[in-house]
Design a protein around this ligand. Structure first.
Ligand SMILES: [Zn+2]
Length: 320
């Protein structure tokens, strides 16, 4: 049978349409294994509910995890000095719906201890503080307690924020000073991070991992009115941080994938007024919260992080 030519055209157009639809669906499809059930080892926890973020996560309850719920010290067989290292959020939210109303900021820190293992030692065992996430140099994310808890990491924002300590030696007022050189050395490829000799076990999960800054040379920039210098975070950290931010915006949608900006569109590089901070929904640096802080420093590539996180967010359905 010979179809009239307008039929042939209609069939061709319909076939092209179906093809295009399939293509669009494929482009937007989330990772196949993560839609149905969040995977162990790739999920963060908010009010007991798991959200797969498609990036390795070690939870407080895992054998090699770091737990802020622990009553004793992690690195020594000693009790903690009395108090717990975290508290309750205002109203003590018990359900995800309640938590979603309250939490609207994600605070980025650098830990100045260089590795997550050392960060936990200082934060938890020595300084009686806490933070929800630690992000190691190789991109491993550690969650130390449920996002329902009020962790102690950034003063007034603790009520309404989730925090991450990104493993990094820190920023200094002079470039390549003795402190910076204690943490970085040059080989035939370029600068690489080294852990100080006294740190016997850096605890990096990726065996043989070499931490190289995402940008070749150190970065200089103004934070809190001071010029600071630091090497960039690793590309594994940027990749994991984007996945974590995207996962948080799904778990707690008031955490928007945006950061405080000037009217000209630049990232604000100093403290934001308290009232403004309490109203802001999105990603902030510790320096946006407190005048005495410069972390995560001038090297943080906010635009890269936000663009990558938005792209990641778009791969997932709107509502769980
Ligand atoms: Zn900080």
């Amino acid at each position: 049978m010979k179809l009239p030519s307008n039929w042939t055209t209609r069939i061709a157009v319909a076939a092209a349409g179906i093809g295009l639809l399939l293509l669009v669906r494929c482009m937007n499809a989330p990772p196949a294994t993560t839609l149905e059930a969040p995977r162990a080892g790739y999920s963060i926890v908010a009010c007991g509910e798991r959200f797969d973020i498609d990036s390795p996560v070690v939870l407080w309850e895992d054998p090699d995890g770091y737990s802020a719920y622990r009553r004793g010290k992690h690195f020594a067989d000693e009790p903690l000095d009395g108090e717990l290292r975290y508290g309750k959020r205002p109203g003590d939210p018990q359900t995800l719906a309640e938590l979603r109303e309250q939490v609207h900021a994600f605070v980025l820190h650098f830990d100045t201890t260089g590795t997550s293992r050392q960060c936990f030692k200082v934060l938890q065992d020595k300084r009686t503080l806490s933070v929800h996430f630690m992000l190691d140099v190789d991109g491993t994310i550690y969650q130390t307690l449920d996002l329902r808890e009020r962790a102690w990491h950034a003063t007034i924002s603790n009520d309404f924020a989730v925090g991450v300590e990104i493993a990094h030696p820190g920023a200094w007022p002079q470039p390549l000073n003795a402190d910076m050189r204690r943490w970085y050395e040059k080989d035939e490829i370029g600068w690489r991070m080294k852990t100080p000799k006294w740190m016997k076990d850096p605890g990096i999960r990726t065996k043989g991992y070499i931490a190289r800054p995402a940008r070749k040379n150190f970065v200089s920039g103004e934070v809190q009115g001071r010029t600071m210098h630091q090497f960039d975070f690793t590309k594994e950290q940027y990749a994991a941080l984007a996945k974590l931010a995207a996962g948080l915006s799904r778990a707690l949608p008031r955490i928007r994938l945006a950061a405080p900006r000037t009217p000209a569109g630049e990232i604000v590089n100093h403290k934001v007024a308290d009232a403004e901070l309490r109203a802001f929904e999105g990603l902030i640096g510790h320096f946006h919260v407190q005048t005495n802080k410069v972390d995560p420093g001038p090297a943080m590539q906010w635009d890269r992080l936000i663009e990558d996180a938005r792209r990641e967010r778009a791969r997932w359905p709107l509502e769980r």
